[in-house]
Design a protein around this ligand. Structure first.
Ligand SMILES: [Fe+2]
Ligand SMILES: [Fe+2]
Length: 249
């Protein structure tokens, strides 16, 4: 495997060069091959071992009051200069680039929707959690519901949950687990990470449309918006918002 460090930095930092229409797009999110795969797999192994109902509740308490630090949005975006996402098989540069690229991409596709462009800029701001001592497995990567059976489309699910204590708790391993049918994703405990509303969406809630909040809150929930799993937990509102989350992706 060529190391990602060997890549010409000017190529790495100029992702437009590889984003020509029709080229390479199909190669994104490849979890079976690629130079970053070991790092990606290890991040998911740790995530799927340690993300439990108890862990999610503990983190929600810890960050729920939004009392850790105060900063402006621009300060938070600048801090992303120091974050490289170790779960991402495609991106090996600081997340601040990704914020502006995403916003620019959305501006091209949706020039009339300034709120949507803003979502692009803000969606990964929660990754600054990685700078306050949180391990990458508690910040980045795809999310999944804890407290119920893990569904097929969760990446690496065949081999990464064996040492998760919740996998031995019968209460958490039926299709619905601790949830009611169609209870709504707002009532589901998601694995803790940068999507979490407490980490970033809550302070913005009064200013953003519902679809914007969904995009931020669930953009990493690939097993839902791309895998089509966990529909048995969704409310009608979740179903109505799903096309927006897909469009963001
Ligand atoms: Fe993200
Ligand atoms: Fe992102």
């Amino acid at each position: 495997h060529p190391s990602s460090q060997d890549a010409d930095p000017s190529d790495v930092f100029r992702p437009d060069a590889r984003a020509e229409p029709g080229t390479l797009k199909r190669d994104y999110r490849n979890y079976t091959a690629g130079p970053l795969l070991d790092r990606v797999y290890n991040t998911y192994l740790l995530m799927h071992t340690h993300q439990t109902v108890d862990f999610v509740l503990k983190k929600s308490m810890e960050y729920g009051a939004c009392a850790q630090r105060r900063m402006s949005i621009m300060e938070a975006l600048d801090l992303l200069d120091n974050v490289v996402d170790e779960s991402d098989p495609d991106v090996d540069f600081p997340n601040s680039y990704h914020a502006y690229q995403t916003a620019e991409g959305i501006r091209q596709a949706h020039p009339d929707k300034d709120w949507f462009q803003l979502v692009g800029l803000l969606h990964d701001m929660g990754k600054i959690l990685a700078l306050s001592g949180e391990p990458q497995w508690a910040v980045v990567g795809d999310t999944f519901p804890v407290g119920c059976r893990v569904q097929k489309s969760v990446v690496f699910s065949d081999s990464t949950f064996r040492d998760n204590p919740d996998s031995k708790n019968p209460l958490y391993n039926t299709q619905y687990g601790i949830y009611q049918p169609h209870c709504g994703l707002a009532n589901v405990l998601m694995s803790w990470g940068h999507d979490d509303g407490r980490a970033q969406a809550a302070p913005l809630t009064p200013f953003l449309l519902l679809q914007a909040l969904y995009m931020i809150r669930f953009h990493s929930f690939y097993p839902w918006h791309t895998g089509g799993d966990y529909m048995h937990l969704c409310s009608e509102e979740d179903q109505r918002m799903l096309p927006w989350v897909k469009e963001f992706k």
